[in-house]
Design a protein around this ligand. Structure first.
Ligand code: GRF
Length: 200
């Protein structure tokens, strides 16, 4: 085996960023614990100390860091994002996984992990980018929606798609019932796409 071949990592080292409930982090942690995904979550970063994802990180004994407050709601200050990128690099993270992270990723992170930041979005992109995609799907009257894992670029939910799962919309669905069904699909899709990133 060449020196280069010897360095190929056989498991993924993930840094997860989230602002919400943390059910996708939980699904990834379960896939790892059950041996279905060769990975380690090296670090979880949240921009909300009270978010459910912090509790999920504690439950799985994953190192957790809370970002300092930011003056903006939709993005981090550049200096804060630089710090986050620095911490992720110091933790030798090779993939940054956005799991319900409610801020737009800017240059410091994009430049630190080019092509190596993933996001999960609750629609079949390019349909219904942006907020509350399940409500957009209901308003549009579609019978099929779903979820997408894509690489993150400088746009809003625009990066190259790595995987999708379809989810049916049923008559009588409420925003809550549809979002819950989409999330079940997300919990299968994210570990599946991550598995696909492992060297063969
Ligand atoms: C998911 O629906 C995901 O598609 C969206 O934010 C939600 C995060 O959920 N980006 P959770 O915090 O992983 O439960």
């Amino acid at each position: 085996m060449s020196a280069q071949g010897a360095c190929v990592r056989r498991s993924l080292r993930l840094g997860v960023l989230g602002s919400g409930r943390g059910s996708n982090l939980d699904a990834i942690a379960r896939a790892i614990a059950s041996g279905h995904l060769a990975a380690e979550v090296a670090l979880v970063f949240s921009d909300a100390a009270e978010a459910g994802i912090c509790e999920v990180a504690r439950r799985w004994a994953i190192p957790l860091e809370v970002m300092p407050p930011s003056a903006y709601r939709t993005r981090l200050e550049e200096s804060v994002e630089e710090q986050v990128a620095g911490r992720l690099r110091a933790a030798h993270v090779d993939w940054v996984v956005l799991a319900g992270y409610m801020r737009v990723v800017k240059r410091p992170l994009l430049d630190a992990f080019p092509g190596r930041i993933l996001n999960i979005h609750p629609s079949l992109l390019p349909r219904f980018p942006g907020k509350e995609a399940w409500k957009q799907a209901l308003s549009a009257g579609v019978s099929i929606t779903g979820c997408t894992v894509h690489r993150v670029d400088a746009g809003l939910d625009t990066g190259p798609v790595l995987g999708q799962r379809e989810v049916p919309v049923f008559p009588g669905d409420t925003p809550e019932s549809l979002h819950a069904r989409i999330q079940e699909a997300e919990h299968v899709l994210y570990p599946e796409v991550l598995r696909g990133l492992l060297p063969v």
